[in-house]
Ligand binder design. Structure first.
Ligand SMILES: [Zn+2]
Length: 65
């Protein structure tokens, strides 16, 4: 049974967990890097990203070799 009415979840770039963007916003678990907004499941993941944004933000651009 298809169910496509769910709000779009975003992925925590640190732990790859799906995060509800609205909830992350309410909890302050978001940040911006290079014009892109990132959301996190916890303060620990947000802190890890903020400490090394390039390490996590660059993951999706890694060549699929
Ligand atoms: Zn996380």
């Amino acid at each position: 049974m298809p169910y496509e009415a769910e709000p779009m979840d975003e992925v925590d770039p640190v732990c790859k967990m799906e995060v509800d963007p609205e909830q992350a916003h309410d909890l302050g678990l978001e940040t911006e890097h290079g014009g892109v907004r990132y959301v996190f499941c916890s303060k620990a993941c947000r802190a890890a990203f903020v400490a090394e944004p390039a390490r996590y933000a660059g993951v999706e651009e890694r060549p699929a070799l």
